[in-house]
Design a protein around this ligand. Structure first.
Ligand SMILES: Nc1nc2c(ncn2[C@@H]2O[C@H](COP(=O)(O)OP(=O)(O)OP(=O)(O)O)[C@@H](O)[C@H]2O)c(=O)[nH]1
Ligand SMILES: [Mg+2]
Ligand SMILES: [Zn+2]
Length: 275
């Protein structure tokens, strides 16, 4: 059955999916009849934790405070998303919780990311930046990712008042060690589909090979054509253009530090977990 209308159908997955490693996930395109999902069409990409398929764009939600802004977390999200060839959009939420000085300092650092990515500043309290989302989702499958309590569901509620998603005070959420949003679900907003997610609780890199990391740091990738060695990891290699630009002050120091930390982490992962 082909149905591109907005009618929803409640379907069961065919029993055969139990015996294959495949099961339908949010974002899948499927062939179905009156009762069953018969077939899952080829996926453009698949994220595992949480399971989502065919994602075009990931909106990374980072709060200014509560929880505190973390460049480490941002770089980790960017790696995971770049690795799946998904376009990242960086959103900085809760700008109302920073004073002018703090926000100015953060924006100064974020200018580095603006060379490569779209960066949007928002607040659900004073509605800063919410206009910028009007044309962002159109004809795309988008997902909201980010730490628990960063304000993903709150922002979606402001963008579409009909959603009425559950949100909760961060202290409570973190105290329980649980996410307020428990599952991923897609909503139609501004002509596109958007999935609210329970963040990515385990931001691990078991699916990423060490040698693929340098190219997923787009800023380093751009500079790497002038590194002496092809496949330069920008660590101790001689005549490395990334190290040179870092010394020249053209790379955000935290960005390079996080890159090294992530590489170390991937190296120390047990091979049995590696793909
Ligand atoms: N001051 C301020 N608080 C906000 C803003 N956005 C969200 N909050 C608050 O932050 C808390 C957490 O927001 P949620 O929207 O539930 O966070 P979430 O990212 O969906 O969290 P999970 O579902 O657990 O992943 C709530 O108490 C919100 O009211 C904002 O722009 N400013
Ligand atoms: Mg939520
Ligand atoms: Zn290099």
């Amino acid at each position: 059955m082909r149905d591109e209308s907005n009618i929803s159908h409640e379907l069961k997955a065919r029993g055969k999916f139990r015996h294959t490693n495949e099961s339908p996930v949010v974002g899948d395109r499927v062939i179905f009849d009156e009762k069953f999902i018969q077939e899952i069409l080829e996926r453009k990409n698949i994220l595992n934790r949480p399971p989502l398929a065919n994602v075009d764009q990931t909106i990374i939600i980072n709060s200014c405070k509560e929880p505190d802004f973390s460049f480490n977390l941002l770089d980790r999200f960017l790696l995971l998303i770049e690795h799946e060839n998904i376009t990242p959009i960086i959103v900085v939420t809760k700008t109302d919780l920073m004073n002018e000085e703090e926000l100015k300092e953060l924006k100064e650092k974020m200018k580095y990311y603006e060379k490569y990515y779209r960066v949007i500043y928002t607040s659900t309290i004073d509605l800063t930046g919410t206009e910028e989302f009007k044309y962002l989702f159109k004809d795309k499958i988008n997902i909201f990712a980010g730490q628990t309590g960063a304000g993903k569901s709150s922002l979606l509620n402001v963008l579409d008042i009909n959603l009425d998603l559950k949100t909760d005070k961060i202290s409570k959420a973190l105290g329980r060690g649980k996410h307020t949003t428990r599952h991923s679900e897609m909503y139609e907003i501004f002509g596109g589909l958007v999935a609210d997610t329970p963040g990515f609780s385990k931001l691990d890199f078991f699916d990423i090979k060490e040698e693929n990391v340098p190219d997923c740091f787009v800023d380093f990738f751009e500079l790497s054509s002038e590194c002496k060695f092809r496949g330069c990891a920008h660590l101790d290699e001689p005549k490395c253009n990334v190290k040179k630009e870092l010394e020249n002050g053209n790379i955000l120091p935290s960005r390079y530090r996080n890159y090294k930390l992530i590489l170390e982490e991937i190296k120390s992962q047990k091979p049995m977990y590696r793909k």
